[in-house]
Design a protein around this ligand. Sequence first.
Ligand SMILES: [Zn+2]
Length: 109
Amino acid sequence: MQNKVEVHPASAQEGGGYWVIVCINVGSYYKHMPQSKVYCPDQQTMASVVSDALHHKICPECGHIFSKHGWEGIEAHWRSHHEDILNYADAWKLISTDKYIEVMLACAE
Ligand SMILES: [Zn+2]
């Protein structure tokens, strides 16, 4: 899975800084994950969030950035946020083999 990140400047009302938005490659386009955009008050924070987003695992459903320990925490994350889409056992089979997006796209068509 290839991901991309977009960085947008935050407005003055938001206190300046940046928003980092994760985009997931879903085949023919990059799906934006605005619900998990991360606020960064300064450039240094922004750079580290961008680096995390590019090197860490990303939830294929919402763009949540996992910690540096691979998929650690996904079970709790999935069960509390996406269990209604697909049960965790089935989702994990797809996510762990990098097939989730492929299969979900095929189902949506
Ligand atoms: Zn998620």
